[in-house]
Write a protein that binds this ligand. Structure first.
Ligand SMILES: [Fe+2]
Ligand SMILES: [Fe+2]
Length: 353
């Protein structure tokens, strides 16, 4: 009897001695557990993954492209104490979250993919997560916030820590050494972890997580930060959509059905953590935005993500209280981009040898 436990994750079919390798048959490609040559890009089995890569490269930006001058004035002279509290704590959560995202996709997810077109988009995603971290750091530096204090907040504020701990628990499952996707239990665990990452962590917590600052931006406050977050949101919208497509594909290829109770528990845990977080960052509501509003929007977005993967809505009847959030995600920024950028945009070919 074969002992699959000892087999490597991305096992590649080796030709027998003195035999030429066989050409890759596209039908043999798999999201996970494939045996085709991982270094041969085409023929594509997942042409949509290549399209995501192409589209992601149309979204190029850096945090230095955004003019932050007005934010310095707003932060020191226009924000109320509750608004500063919201602003700082959203940044404190995001800084840690995006590093977690980068590590998860780069160290836990990417290595398990066995089709290169999937890995190539994820490589771009790793880079984008790093740039998101740079964007938050750029805001923190620009406003001269106490870095030691703000970066430690996720550790000392239980309501922020709760979300990070929950994410660590769910994502660590996929980072466990020795995880073997040929084992049905490990595969289920990996799919649940990736589902959490795409649907909850990126698709809901990130997606909804920027909106308190968009609420400021809509009132003409902290517009530079708002613009940074719009670029990030545009990236994140692609990340979770890609992640959910991959999850769907694995479910289909591997003929897996997830336990609906386990999925509902995942959503309910995420809601409880989000509610506590909202209660902390918005303990005093700000103009046009409250903790209840934030949590209801979480539930509405969660229903949408669940439908994308053909699952039951976890929070039936949740209302779309901030329809403007979608506009923020899909807004074409090019015109505004040119008006607000503060440096010459470099697109390569600038190196001197
Ligand atoms: Fe990100
Ligand atoms: Fe992301």
């Amino acid at each position: 009897m074969l002992n699959f436990d000892d087999e490597p994750q991305s096992q590649q079919a080796e030709p027998a001695e003195n035999q030429a390798p066989r050409p890759v048959n596209v039908d043999d490609k798999r999201v996970v557990n494939g045996t085709t040559d991982i270094n041969q890009l085409a023929p594509f089995k997942y042409p949509w993954a290549w399209e995501y890569f192409m589209n992601a490269n149309k979204n190029h930006w850096t945090p230095l492209d955004v003019n932050m001058a007005q934010d310095i004035h707003d932060y020191h002279h226009r924000l109320t104490a509750p608004e500063k509290h919201v602003y700082e704590n959203v940044l404190a959560y995001l800084t840690t979250s995006d590093i977690l995202a980068m590590r998860n996709i780069g160290l836990a997810v990417m290595e398990k993919m066995s089709a290169p077109e999937l890995q190539i988009y994820q490589a771009r995603q790793v880079y984008e997560e790093a740039m998101h971290t740079w964007a938050y750091q750029h805001c923190i530096e620009t406003l001269n916030l106490d870095q030691s204090e703000i970066y430690n907040r996720y550790r000392v504020v239980p309501e922020i820590n709760g979300k990070i701990q929950l994410a660590n628990r769910r994502l660590d499952a996929a980072m466990r050494p020795g995880m073997n996707l040929r084992n049905a239990d490990d595969l289920q665990e990996f799919v649940m972890s990736y589902l959490f990452f795409a649907a909850v962590f990126e698709g809901t917590w990130f997606y909804n997580g920027f909106s308190p600052i968009f609420a400021l931006q809509r009132r003409g406050l902290m517009r530079g930060t708002g613009e940074q977050l719009q670029y990030i949101l545009r990236d994140e919208a692609m990340h979770f959509s890609f992640g959910l497509k991959v999850v769907n594909q694995i479910l289909e290829e591997e003929n897996i059905t997830l336990d609906p109770r386990a999925v509902q528990t995942m959503w309910e845990e995420a809601e409880a953590a989000e509610k506590a977080y909202a209660g902390y960052i918005l303990r005093d509501p700000i103009l046009g935005y409250s903790a209840e509003y934030h949590t209801e929007q979480f539930r509405f977005v969660a229903n949408r993500r669940a439908r994308t993967v053909g699952m039951e809505e976890p929070f039936p009847g949740a209302k779309n209280v901030s329809p403007w959030l979608d506009e923020q995600a899909t807004m074409r920024k090019e015109k505004n981009f040119f008006e607000t950028r503060v440096i010459e945009y470099q697109t390569g070919a600038q190196l001197e040898w």
